[in-house]
Design a protein around this ligand. Structure first.
Ligand SMILES: *Cc1c(COP(=O)(O)O)cnc(C)c1O
Length: 430
């Protein structure tokens, strides 16, 4: 017993964790996972934790799903990876065909990558070169929103808003036009006006449809996004929807763009694409965008961008079976039913607490914003640590406790999450 501190120490000697201060890593009692089963993670001491953040928002159907494991094993017997640069692979074609009939993009084409940030980066570069290929000058900038998060590479950071501890990189960010935060009820009419005024210099608008996850689950009403889509179409500015967090059923529809009435020219998908199994993302381009890159072989119309593991066969095999399971198991219906139950639980037991400022929930994307009476109390972090001690893995964004359970979560598990959260708030927020 008590192997965890030993492993944490071995870890800190050789591993570097993202968004983590390594000097206090071992003291903050990290869980060191040895295995997983269903919706639970099992640590090196055999202790079980409900994975209430879906392994940082990527997991959809739980861990060790027999059908997904089988899809991986079958693909292993065919070959794990072959390059997509100038060549192809059967399973990648099959996945792209399956996605093509389901994404809210016209005549879609898929450029695969590894992480969400890479998919965003690709979308930005494609949007930029699109105008160059058409011979249109001056379309070199982007419009993005307050509170936006699009990933951690330099291009993605540039369209992302400040904060998140990333201000040190400000000198590396390229300038963008910034529309207001989603909290501003006028943000989309303002953005639409900015699109009209600056169309001649805009390559694209980038937006997270429905919910800005990293901003602490900030959302805007679905119907309010339409004016933005209309403005982009009217003034011929490309629209990029970043569905890395919202895609694959998280908000109750396969993609949040559907609820928002948006048909993007470019879309970034990632996180849930492989059900949380393997790193894989994609930039989805409409036929119009794709066609602008057609020209003579080796000409400058080509997109000179590609990642080594683009279209990894194992990842594609899992992603393909995942799409089939989402439908055969009617996962979206579970998201909607569990979302209503979770809302009722949060309204009844969390929202009335004095320590809670606001409860936000869309599908199974939730945030409980705490209301610390003064700064530096670290309520978010301490409440989550208390929940982890109670066997529910949570990780906050500042003082927002994120609730992102797997899409197949059950009613008793929702109760287990809320029980742990109620007790943890009572313990920490006196
Ligand atoms: C997580 C996230 C990204 C970045 O994806 P990574 O796989 O972490 O690089 C981009 N956009 C949104 C909306 C995200 O939530």
């Amino acid at each position: 017993m008590d192997e965890a501190p030993v492993w944490a120490k071995r870890d800190a000697a050789v591993v570097w964790h993202g968004f983590t201060q390594m000097s206090s890593f071992t003291e903050s009692t990290p869980i060191v996972v040895e295995g997983a089963e269903g919706h639970e993670l099992i640590d090196v001491d055999g202790k079980r934790y409900l994975d209430a953040i879906s392994s940082l928002w990527v997991n959809t159907l739980g861990h060790r799903v027999p059908e997904l494991d089988e899809a991986l094993r079958e693909q292993l017997d065919r070959g794990a990876h072959s390059t997509m640069l100038g060549n192809s692979n059967q399973i990648v074609v099959e996945l792209a065909e399956a996605l093509a009939s389901r994404v809210p993009v016209d005549d879609p084409h898929f450029l695969f990558a590894g992480d969400g940030a890479s998919a965003v980066e690709q979308a930005l570069k494609i949007a930029f070169q699109f105008w160059v290929n058409l011979g249109v000058e001056g379309r070199t900038t982007f419009l993005a929103f307050g509170g936006a998060y699009h990933g951690d590479t330099i291009g993605a950071l540039s369209v992302g808003d400040g904060g998140f501890g990333t201000n040190v990189f400000d000198p590396l960010r390229f300038p963008v036009l910034r529309a207001p935060q989603f909290a501003d009820p006028e943000c989309f009419t303002t953005a639409a006006r900015m699109v009209a005024e600056h169309a001649h210099e805009l390559a694209a608008v980038i937006v997270e449809p429905l919910v800005q996850a990293a901003a602490g689950m900030q959302s805007a009403p679905a119907e309010s996004f339409r004016v933005l889509g209309d403005a982009c179409r009217e003034h011929d500015v490309l629209l990029i929807c970043d569905e890395v967090a919202t895609g694959f059923g998280r908000t109750g529809t396969l993609f949040a763009s559907e609820q928002c009435g948006l048909t993007p020219d470019l879309m970034a998908i990632g996180k849930g694409l492989t059900a949380g199994y393997l790193p894989q993302s994609a930039t989805v381009a409409s036929g119009r965008v794709f066609d602008a890159f057609l020209g003579p072989d080796l000409s400058d119309k080509t997109l000179y961008h590609g990642h080594s593991y683009s279209g990894n066969a194992l990842a594609c095999a899992v992603a393909l079976r995942h799409i089939e399971l989402i439908e055969s198991r009617d996962v979206l219906a579970n998201v909607c039913a569990r979302s209503e139950e979770l809302r009722a639980l949060l309204d009844e037991r969390i929202a009335p607490l004095a320590a809670v400022r606001e409860v936000r929930l869309h599908g199974l994307m939730g945030g409980v914003e705490l209301a610390p009476p003064e700064e530096d109390l670290k309520w978010g972090r301490r409440v989550c640590a208390a929940a982890v001690r109670r066997g529910v893995l949570l990780r906050p964004i500042g003082d927002v406790v994120v609730l992102m359970p797997p899409l197949t979560i059950t009613p008793p598990e929702l109760t287990r999450i809320v029980d742990a959260l109620v007790a943890s708030i009572a313990e920490v927020c006196r």
